[in-house]
Design a protein around this ligand. Structure first.
Ligand SMILES: [Zn+2]
Ligand SMILES: [Zn+2]
Length: 183
């Protein structure tokens, strides 16, 4: 296997530059990662292996990184580790027309992980971004027991939310009346 020196890569890797034995590339930094997702002090690990095939290039890879995500329920930022592997056939051209049987569109199974490109080159930074979005959880929840947002706009039970204390107070007052009557 041939290890490509990152400094030689401008942006895209031409299929023609991929050696017979394949090309392994590790992304050197997190410049490809959207700023909003970057967790401070964490360097994402993303590696690719490109192998030429009769038809296009087989791209396999692995990513291991910690992301800053926003909870869908309470809107707090939390960190989540994402570990994912992927495998994509890169083919130059356009997809073959989908055949139509009995009114249903049939997607050919070998097209599922095929990506069609305009030209015989691949931008690995774009690839890393695309694959990351596929790995992101559909529902982002900071923790299973996340109580979500209160009507006041703050997280339920957080220090900023004083609603519970207001709700509590009539009961507290009532309790003290009851206690006083007993005396
Ligand atoms: Zn939450
Ligand atoms: Zn509240």
């Amino acid at each position: 296997m041939y290890l490509f020196s990152w400094s030689l890569i401008v942006k895209s890797i031409l299929f023609a530059d991929i050696p017979e034995g394949g090309l392994a590339v590790t992304l050197p930094d997190d410049s490809w990662l959207p700023k909003s997702l970057q967790a401070p002090g964490m360097v994402p690990e993303v590696s690719f292996l490109l192998q030429r095939q009769a038809k296009g290039v087989l791209l396999t890879g692995r990513m291991d990184l910690v992301l800053n995500l926003q909870c869908d329920r309470c809107l707090d930022t939390y960190q989540k580790r994402i570990i994912g592997e992927f495998s994509v056939n890169l083919v130059v051209g356009v997809p073959e027309p989908i055949s139509k049987e009995h009114g249903d569109y049939i997607c050919k199974s070998d097209d599922l992980d095929t990506m069609f490109l305009d030209s015989a080159q691949v931008d690995l930074l774009d690839m890393a971004q695309q694959q990351l979005y596929l790995q992101l959880p559909v529902k982002k929840i900071c923790e299973d027991r996340c109580p979500g947002l209160c009507q006041c706009g703050e997280k339920v039970g957080s220090e900023a939310c004083i609603c519970e204390k207001i709700i509590d107070s009539p009961f507290a007052a009532l309790a003290s009346i009851v206690a006083a009557k007993k005396d």
